[in-house]
Every structure is written in C-alpha cells, then in structure tokens.
Design a protein around this ligand. Structure first.
Ligand SMILES: [Zn+2]
Length: 354
C-alpha cells in the first residue's frame, strides 16, 4: 500500500500506459518513439526498485511485443529478436535487464565507503529486494546484453541480413527516432522489408513441406531476397534503385566541389569497364562503383566491396581514366549497401570523409 491506496504492479501500470498510447492519434513511428523514450524507462525504474517476480517480467515483455506487433501491423511470427536488437527497434527486454540492474545496484551498495550503508546491504531483507527468485543474471553489463541479441539475430533467417546494422547506426536512426519524413503506412512497409516479414509465397508456406517456386519461371524459391535481388520481373526496379543511389552520391560530392563523370564506358583489353562514378579534383581521382548486395550466402558486405575493387583495379583502365580526369592519384572505391538498408562500414567512412 502507498499514500494513494493499493499500489499498482509494474504490469498493471505498463498495460494502462500501452492502452493510452494505442488510443492516442499518433503515427506508428511516434508510438514507437514514445514507448522507447518514455514508457519503458519509467517501467524499468519501477521494476528495478520494486519487488517483482520473474513471471511479471516475462509478462511485461510479452505485453510490449504484442503491442508492437499490433500497432505496426506485423505478422504474428515476426521474430522477437527484430524488435529487441540494434538495427531493430532496440526495445529493452525486461526479463534480461531487470535482474542485471538489480544486481548492479547491490554491488554498488557494497562498494559505498560508508560502513552503515555497507552493513545495510548485507541484511537479508535488502538483499532479497535486489535479487529475483529463480532469476539468474546472464549479463554483467549492457555490452554483453547487446552481444547476446546480436548473436541471436545472426541465427535468425529473418534477421540475418541486419547483422552489420550496428556498425553504422546512424543509417538506421529513422527506425526509432519517430521521423515525420515518412507516412505511417510507408514506415510500416519499410520495417517489413527490413525484417524480411513482407508477405511472400516462401513466407506463407513456412512450416509446410516445400516452398513454392517463383511464378515468373525463375526456378527459385519466391522469398523477398529473390524478388528484390534476382527475379526477372523486377530487373527494371532494381536498376532504378541502383541509379537513384548513384545519382544521390554523385550530386552530394558535386555539391562539395568535386567534378563527377557518371557511367562512362572505358575500353580495356579485358573488355569494357563502366564504373558508376569518376570523382576527381586536381590532385585526386576516385573510381567509385555502387552495389546493393544480397544478405545471405553472399558473405559479408566487405566481400562485395573487395570484389568491386578487384574488378576496377586495372592499369589499362587507370590510363584511360587519367585521360579524362587528369593526372591525380587514383583510388578505387566500392560503395556497398544490402537490400535491408545496411551500409558497409568502409563505405560509410568514405562517404563521411568526402
Ligand atoms: Zn522470380
């Protein structure tokens, strides 16, 4: 009991807040933003400092995930890991974090210089408050917790391609910052593509014996990866996506005072080479090529980058490029993204440098 009568449990508080958030006239991304920045920290404080049972923590997690699947119109089998990891919604998991924070609190009490506080921290009643019955702290700190979710993500078919998302976090800020640049509908569509939960024939057939092949006659299973990266029917959209990125990078470096030549073909003894961009000023020349790679089976994005660099590192090409771009020192750059929207680490470094 408290001054206002019977105290509410963390779970009851959470349910009330989620109900209010769901009824408020907000965009889905704003709901996610408010949940992460307002409701979860409040409930976390309540759970860490109050008496709580492991069961309540599990129920709180379930409530939050149910809420997210509902307001984001996600299918029921959207993996929880997509909601919890970096690059996903980065939603705190109470069941993992509350025992950890409680334990950290107890340790910090034991290290206080004041003898009285130290003695108090040894009292069974106090220790009981900071230790959950039946709960084990699996993590010593937040970094271990993040690593745990990252490994879980890599094991998951739907989340696999987001494994490198945490390397370049600023590319994914739109997922959690409540951005008003997207309409609610578009935000949800973007999330579905990002987490590979878009309704496709392969996804609909999960749990059955054989996934159906693409009906364009490609002899491949009709998953989102196939539709976006390989299918004969989508080659024009795929080309347009690539061209938009080339256009964007080209215009941005041009604004910063570099000269840009787009998609010029050069004849070499090994065939024609057509780098997307030649960027140059009076002392430097960059031969840059953009690629949007698949996320599974193709290896890490760095491999796609190395392949691009290998392809365009060619003495004859260098001589031809020097004729149009001047005698500046040349380097070859591969600019790599994957279809989930992750940016390769060195690509990001190069773009920032420019
Ligand atoms: Zn196809």
């Amino acid at each position: 009991y408290g001054s206002k009568g019977k105290l509410k449990t963390g779970l009851e508080l959470l349910k009330g807040m989620l109900r209010e958030l769901k009824e408020a006239p907000l965009k889905p991304q704003q709901r996610v933003f408010l949940l992460r920045t307002n409701i979860l920290p409040k409930i976390m404080y309540y759970l860490v400092n109050g008496r709580v049972h492991q069961y309540t923590l599990r129920e709180c997690d379930k409530c939050v995930r149910r809420f997210l699947r509902e307001v984001l119109h996600l299918p029921h089998d959207t993996p929880g890991v997509c909601l919890s990891c970096d690059g996903g919604l980065d939603i705190d998991c109470f069941e993992s974090l509350v025992p950890m924070y409680k334990w950290q609190k107890l340790v910090s009490l034991e290290e206080v210089p004041d003898n009285l506080v130290r003695d108090l921290s040894q009292l069974p009643a106090i220790r009981k408050r900071f230790q959950l019955k039946g709960a084990q702290t699996s993590f010593n700190n937040r970094a271990e917790y993040r690593m745990f979710w990252k490994n879980k993500l890599l094991d998951n078919l739907d989340g696999f391609g987001l494994g490198e998302a945490a390397d370049v976090p600023q590319v994914h800020s739109w997922v959690t910052d409540g951005s008003s640049l997207l309409t609610g509908e578009m935000y949800i569509k973007c999330l579905k593509i990002r987490w590979n939960v878009w309704p496709t024939a392969a996804r609909a057939s999960r749990g059955r014996r054989q996934a159906p092949l693409c009906d364009a006659g490609c002899r491949q299973i009709e998953g989102l990866g196939h539709i976006l990266q390989q299918c004969n029917r989508t080659w024009d959209k795929r080309g347009a996506r690539h061209d938009r990125i080339v256009e964007f990078v080209g215009s941005q470096v041009e604004r910063r005072g570099f000269n840009v030549i787009k998609e010029k073909s050069f004849a070499t003894p090994r065939g024609h080479r057509r780098p997307d961009l030649i960027i140059y000023n009076k002392d430097r020349v960059w031969i840059a090529d953009v690629t949007i790679c698949a996320d599974r089976g193709a290896g890490p994005m760095a491999l796609a980058r190395d392949n691009k660099i290998k392809y365009y590192t060619d003495d004859d090409l260098a001589t031809e490029v020097a004729k149009v771009a001047g005698p500046g020192a040349q380097s070859v750059v591969g600019l790599v993204w994957n279809w989930r929207g992750c940016c390769e680490k060195k690509t990001d470094e190069w773009l920032k440098k420019m």
